[in-house]
Ligand binder design. Structure first.
Ligand code: PMP
Length: 418
């Protein structure tokens, strides 16, 4: 069955404009494109280039319109081109973005974050999620005078040497003080803590287990509490990497519903509805170290993304964005469950409703999921077979119903070619 599906799905190809851009890019961009957006990582027929986004919709360079269930891989939380965000952006841009120092909006944003996130007493802004996770680790080491960092196996914290998923160009020394454990596995966490001995600086965990190509898993209460307890006993830092989930699950931080407070959290993605910004927030215990480390970047004081972030967070709070996205995600989830039953094609749905993943049973090579997504794409909805997807506040029930119609075409093709 898998083989047949792979052949069938390869019939869907990217459009002519997209293809022409890819060909030009191959000449001037190594490999055509970097990282997770390299053509080798795209499902067949998926466009690489886009011209615009509006609300819940996205247009590729060949003019095809999609209901967007990836939301730019997370940043677009209010919908593309949200009017409140764009107004704030234009007002700030008219004043200035890149000045000799920050604009007043920096202090406004830091106050907003400290007011919204219970464990936050301070905030430091930067640009990318990797900046924020790396900054948390540096502050933890500076505060504790210790070196070892515990990371869950397979968790993504960024594309920098201490945590990159690839070891190409990375030395063993870059990882010398990193120890791995299994997410949600207390025995393996305890074992890693033993290995670190008296040298434990921090445990860093993603908000939930959202490793590519496997079912998503929420943190268990016991695991979260044990991580907190270890850090308290060892005087180490508990860091939640909320770069991907932040502001979609809970505006106070994704572990807030668990009642477990990290010492520091890293945010980015959804913070500014697509404008480039990241933030570290932390508790007073880590303020002296956060003061002492040297951290900066040429663009870290950019005022436009900060204005976007103030507008985004204010709007998310006003409309209860996480609650709204949860309801829409549940509509999608129950519609998929109905289709799965109708077509007798068993699916595995995992993750929080706002960030769902749909997998097919017995689909180890993802050929079924890939065929499903390729067909749904042809019917106007952008799903992803391996990576968690993202709802936004711009999705309406009608959008979800359109996505379900596209999904139905996906289920039908699976049945027809199996
Ligand atoms: N942490 C997590 C959990 C992420 O999902 C990502 C990005 N996918 C990062 C860190 C790194 O963020 P960035 O790509 O902005 O550096």
């Amino acid at each position: 069955m898998s083989h047949t599906i792979a052949i069938a799905s390869s019939n869907h190809s990217a459009g002519p404009v997209d293809t022409a851009l890819r060909n030009r890019a191959m000449q001037v961009i190594p490999g055509g494109l970097w990282g997770h957006l390299n053509a080798a990582n795209l499902p067949p027929g998926y466009p690489q280039y886009f011209t615009r986004g509006q609300g819940s919709r996205l247009w590729d360079v060949d003019g095809r319109e999609y209901v967007d269930l990836m939301c730019s891989w997370g940043p677009v939380v209010l919908g593309h081109h949200h009017p409140a965000v764009e107004d704030a952006v234009q007002r700030q841009a008219a004043l200035g973005d890149c000045l000799n120092g920050p604009a007043p909006v920096l202090v406004e944003l830091a106050e907003l974050l400290v007011g919204m996130i219970p464990h936050a007493d301070w905030a430091i802004m930067s640009k990318n999620g990797s900046d924020a996770t790396t900054g948390c680790v540096t502050i933890a080491r500076a505060a504790t005078g210790k070196r070892k960092i515990l990371i869950a196996k397979g968790s993504y914290h960024g594309a920098v040497p201490w945590c990159s998923p690839s070891v190409v160009g990375v030395t063993a020394e870059d990882r010398a003080h990193v120890i791995q454990f299994e997410y949600n596995d207390i025995a393996s966490l305890d074992y890693a803590v033993d290995q670190a001995g008296a040298d434990l600086a921090a445990i860093i965990v993603t908000a939930f287990r959202h490793d590519m190509s496997r079912a998503l898993e929420m943190p268990t209460m016991a695991f979260a509490r044990r991580a907190r307890e270890i850090c308290d006993i060892q005087q180490a830092a508990l860091i939640v990497d909320d770069v991907r989930a932040g502001f979609r699950l809970d505006l106070g931080g994704s572990w807030e519903p668990l009642g477990v407070q990290p010492d520091m959290s890293a945010f980015s993605k959804a913070i500014g509805n697509g404008y480039a910004l990241a933030a570290i927030v932390g508790s007073d215990r880590f303020r002296p170290a956060a003061t002492k480390i040297f951290t900066t970047g040429s663009f870290w004081c950019g005022a436009v993304p900060m204005a976007a972030a103030v507008a985004t967070l204010t709007e998310l709070r006003r409309i209860d964005g996480p609650g709204l996205m949860q309801k829409l995600g549940e509509r999608l989830r129950s519609g998929i469950a109905d289709l799965s039953a109708k077509y007798a094609v068993p699916v595995i749905q995992s993750g929080p409703a706002q960030m769902p993943l749909i997998q097919f049973e017995g689909d180890a090579d993802f050929s079924t999921g890939t065929a499903f997504c390729a067909e749904a794409l042809r019917h106007g909805t952008y799903f992803h077979p391996r990576h968690n997807m993202f709802l936004s506040c711009a999705h309406t029930e009608a959008d979800i119903d359109l996505a379900l119609r596209a999904a139905e075409a996906g289920f039908a093709i699976i049945v027809s070619i199996s």
